[in-house]
Ligand binder design. Structure first.
Ligand code: ZN
Length: 349
């Protein structure tokens, strides 16, 4: 196996990334962090009009290019309405279930740049008051934010500068266990962004030699479906999305390996590219699982849908309880990074 990968360095990137609030639509700060990393690494990049970051590193063959993408946007919410009580009704940003954030601490980002803390609660939380607290439907009507300020009326909340359209970010809850697990709400897809940043370090240090000129697209609208479907450089032939592998009943993916996606809701990924990834993994002792994700789409499938003529693929670390209390193991990060390093040094399919 490729020994240039240092999973500890990947974890430290991930820990920094998950603490930067970046629900889709509010990703400037996370992109600025990545831009700072690129400047330190002396990698040329541009920020697109959509707000994504596109970096390019020259390879041995400059006539046919590759593109790797991972996304920094995460799930979140937005203030939909200020209730008469001063509590906030929410609208979701991205796809999740309210029960996955019930009880979660959050931040309210106001238009003037103020940040207030709060908690996402079901209105009928107190069991001492509400007999049916357990059965109440977790929906837009019953979920609200309790702001950590003296707020008793709608006017009180407005006086703080809170208004409809303010972004809400969720507490990242990042924690690393001695047994090698990494937990955080936002491993999707900041785990993969951390892997790509580490890969770029190894390229710049001369430990990975790119077979082809390679673009790194750090996209910022994946959770809402259109992150990586623009600004694809014309010489791009292969487009590989690096995004979490989905774990659950009947899934082959686990928290200890790299998941290679054969098919998701958008249909099959490119067969030849999948086979190349599988044989690279097999020949080099990379622990991998080929899998199918029943309810999933990626920036690679979004690019195909947008009409780009590219070979597309999807791989990533297995993430448990996705879009909720996410967890992976350091070995999944390691195997994903190893497979990417091997792939980048191989010829196009
Ligand atoms: Zn994702």
């Amino acid at each position: 196996m490729n020994s240039v990968i240092n999973e500890k360095e990947i974890v430290s990137y991930i820990k920094e990334l998950v603490t930067i609030p970046s629900p889709s639509g509010y990703t400037e700060q996370a992109i600025a962090y990545v831009a700072g990393c690129m400047e330190n690494k002396k990698v040329l990049f541009q920020i697109t009009n959509k707000g994504a970051l596109l970096a390019t590193i020259k390879g041995k063959d400059d006539s046919q290019h590759r593109l790797l993408t991972a996304h920094v946007d995460t799930l979140g919410a937005m203030v939909k309405e200020i209730k008469a009580s001063g509590r906030l009704k929410l609208t979701m940003v991205g796809g999740f279930r309210w029960n996955a954030v019930e009880g979660e601490y959050c931040k309210i980002h106001t238009a003037e740049g103020k940040i207030y803390t709060g908690t996402i609660l079901i209105h009928q939380t107190s069991v001492h008051v509400y007999k049916n607290a357990g059965e109440v439907k977790r929906d837009d009507d019953n979920i609200e934010v309790r702001i950590d300020e003296v707020v008793k009326t709608k006017e009180d909340a407005e006086l703080l500068g809170i208004s409809v359209g303010d972004f809400i970010s969720f507490e990242p809850r990042v924690e690393e266990s001695e047994s090698g697990f990494l937990k955080s709400r936002h491993l999707d897809d900041k785990a993969s962004v951390g892997i790509l940043l580490h890969i770029i370090d190894q390229i710049q240090a001369g430990h990975i030699e790119l077979a082809h000129t390679t673009h790194f697209l750090i996209s910022n609208n994946e959770e809402i479906g259109y992150g990586g479907n623009s600004n694809i450089p014309v010489k791009t032939v292969e487009y590989l999305a690096v995004d979490m592998g989905a774990i659950g009943d009947g899934q082959a993916t686990d928290e200890y390996s790299v998941s290679i996606c054969a098919k998701d809701s958008s249909g099959p990924y490119n067969y030849k590219l999948r086979q190349q990834l599988v044989s690279l993994a097999k020949e080099n002792d990379v622990d991998y699982r080929v899998d199918i994700y029943p309810f999933y789409g990626s920036d690679a499938s979004a690019a195909i849908r947008a009409g780009f003529d590219v070979v597309h693929g999807l791989i990533g670390p297995g993430i448990d309880a996705s879009h909720a209390y996410e967890r992976t193991h350091i070995t999944a990060l390691k195997h994903t990074a190893h497979l990417l390093a091997l792939y980048l040094q191989s010829k196009l399919v």
